[in-house]
Design a protein around this ligand. Sequence first.
Ligand SMILES: [Zn+2]
Length: 194
Amino acid sequence: MEFRFYVIENGEINASALPDGAILVNTGLLGALDNEAQLAFVLSHEIAHITQAHSWRQVHDTRTKRVLLVIAAAVASAYIDDLAYFLRDLGLLWIWNGYSRRLENQADRIAMQSLIEHGYDPRQAARLSEILIERHGGRSTSAVWSSHESNVLRGSFLTVQVQRQYPQGDFSDKTTDTEAFRAMRQAMGPVKSM
Ligand SMILES: [Zn+2]
């Protein structure tokens, strides 16, 4: 599988993964992140959706599968102006708004392992949930990974996972931020997030 990463100029705090390996990250999400560990978690989460074939598990009918391939091809070949509307029209908004909670949890678990394996501070995964809650407040549905309640649940689930794997709670050798991440943020300039 070859992964391809695209930055989409869109203020929504969101990222999504297409089944052919394209990962789309909105500028709004890049602007909302505190550090590189959080970005690593987001990217690992999206990669997990692809490697675990969540798109195919979410749908059973062949028509939808065919449409998914068309979208993947379209993203690979051209800039889609507003992917969310495009997917909504096709009844595939879950690519944008998140999969079922079970598949989201699985992607979170895998992403957390990936953070740990690469030496990032795993606590940043739960911190990202807090950012989403702060940004989206009590809104019943947010663009990223569904509802407020599910972000609260998600945060505590990630916190428990960290406590289990790090009972001593020593994170002194973990990477949180890097010069490269800060330089990227600086180069992006001010970004609107919504
Ligand atoms: Zn997801």
